[in-house]
Structure formats: structure tokens, C-alpha cells
Ligand binder design. Sequence first.
Ligand SMILES: Cc1ncc(COP(=O)(O)O)c(C=O)c1O
Length: 372
Amino acid sequence: MDKNTTIFAVMSALAQEHKAINLAQGFPGFPCDPKLVDLVYTYMKAGHNQYSPLAGVLSLREVIVQKVFNVYGVNYSVTDEICVTAGATEAVYVAIQSFITAGDEVIILEPAFDIYAAAVEAAGGIPIFVKLVFPDFSIDWESVEDAINGKTKLLIINSPHNPTGAVISQSDIDVLENLVQKYHLHVLSDEVYEHIVFDGRTHYSVLRSDILRERSFVVFSLGKTLHVTGWRLGYCLAPKRLMDKFKYRHQYVTFCAATPLQLACATYLKDENTYLGLSTFFQQKRNYFLEEMRGTGFEPLRTKGTYFQLMSYKNLSEETDIELAKRLTIEKKVATIPISVFYHDATQHHVLRFCFAKESEELKNAATLLKS
Ligand SMILES: Cc1ncc(COP(=O)(O)O)c(C=O)c1O
């Protein structure tokens, strides 16, 4: 595998080459609400085609701050504590560049989304990897504490978690509060799947904690929430002293996100029904997919959030997950993501990640191909 290309691009390209069903990359296989597209067109025709303020269009910042208050009961300043970005990817990158300097250590819990370590290294920082506990991918807080030393500056957490579908609990938040205070740490909390939690669970955002809010960059994705990952829209919330540094960096990376898209989201998000039904919507998809996958020999690991389902194939094959993912794409025409690539040392659990944010027919066809 080409080390310079992400696994998502590699598997999507392989899926295209072999005309495979792409359950690899994490994007919805169904259209967004046409109303959202109409709104973009309306704003474009009305002439909103130039740069927005660097922190983002005011109406979008206002609607997000209101949404955060409605969902989490906390107030962020529209002027000082929010910045709209070109996807959560830019928000993660900018937060890390603005806060990490050469030699700083950053704790990353593995398996981890690949952008964290890359951004830490780009800032001259040192990623320190701590493994989540297989198979439920809970956080081993003793190992986290053991990894902390005088150089540790930041801890990155991600809940609901890609690729495992694990979510943190109130007790995780309690331990995190203690560690952050004891060792004067800061947190980067990646919450792009905030609205996708299953079986009646609550999303334990760091926003709910006064202690953590004071010391956290918290990152979200409108691409994930509104099924428009290609629009590249996200945002970061942080207290002013952190947000000032963030905005300074952001202006030299993209300056601002696309103006008509921001305006469209600002109007669309006024209706909270546009995102509050997501958990139910994706839970139905998860259940449908699990039902269809019966009889394939794959064993599901529990998914508590996100639109990813891990499947163990330990009873089916001794191949590595990369070998199997490639073979399934070529021979069975179903593309998945091997989860060893989310570990710096390629830890092998014999597990693949399936994205179930797809139309039922596509999920059914994939399962049928796997059964054959
Ligand atoms: C955990 C996590 N964080 C961040 C991102 C990036 O989000 P965006 O598409 O808004 O850049 C993703 C995308 O898959 C993700 O899974």
C-alpha cells in the first residue's frame, strides 16, 4: 500500500476499479435534503459568492451557538468562541497547529482516525499512542495516566468513535476531568458523530463539563450531520484564549469556508428536526445491515454510535485485515476498511469496518455478495 495515500482513498479507488459496493469510506450513499441544495442555489443567485468573515458567516455562527445551547445547555460566544472551517478535518488540523509546538507530546487513543497523528507531526509534536481495550474499545485510563509526563500537552478523544463505534460515558468524563486538572492538560474532542448514538444512549460531550470546556477545542462536522461530506463544512468551539490562536492559524489555511454553503446551512439548521432524528435514522440502518449480514460468518462487534459497524472474521479466515479487505473488494465486489491501519503498529484484530450509511438495497446487495 502506498504510504502517502490514506486507506480511504486507496479502498475507494479499488472499489471503483472493481465496480465493488463501497462500504469503505465514511460518506452517505443517499442524497441530502433537496431543500439544502435549493438554498445554496438561492444564495448563489442572490450574489453571496465572495469571502465570508474568517470566523464564518454570522448567521451560521448564531444558529450553531443556539443549537449548542439547545442540545448541551451551554453558551458559546458568537464573536469569540466559534470558528467555521472547511470540514472537521481543517478544524482538527488548525487546532493542533495552533496549540502544539516542537517536542510537545499528544496522547492519541488507538485505533484512531488518521488525521490526528499527521497533524501532530506536522506541528513538530510527538504522538503518544495508547490502545483502547479490545473488543469493546473502552478507555484504559490507567494506561493513559502512565503515558502522561511533563511534556504532555494535549489529549485527543473521539466519541462516538471512528472506526469502532464506541462511545464514552459519564465516568470517562469524570476521570478525564481529574486528569486534565491534575496534569494541566488540554483536550481536543472530536465529536463529528454527536447526533448518531444508538439504543437510547446519550452523547457525553465534553461541552457538558465546565472543567473540560475551559480547556478544550471541540470539533464538529456539518458534512456528517447534514449528509454533505463533500461540502467540507465543520466548526470548532473553544474558549476565547484558545480560539484566538485557532483563528490566527485558520486565516492562513483556508481563510474561510465556502460562503453560499454556510448561508444555506444557517437557514436549514434553524429547524432542529434536521438533525435530531439522526440517531433513529441510522439505528434503523444499523439494525437492517446486521440482519442482512446474518449467515455471512462475520461476527458483529457492538456499535454504540457513528455509522460504522465492525465485523470480526476470525472464524472465516486467517488473512490479515488488509489482505482480506483487498480480496473481498476484488472477488466479492464489496469494499471495506481494515482496522489495522488505524494503529501506528498495525495491530491485528482480524476485524473490518463497514459503513452502513447507505441505501437499504446497497446494504442488502453487499450482504448477498458476502454470503455467496
Ligand atoms: C472521527 C472523524 N473526525 C473527523 C472527520 C472529518 O470530518 P469532515 O468530513 O467534516 O472533515 C471524520 C470523517 O470521516 C471522522 O470520522
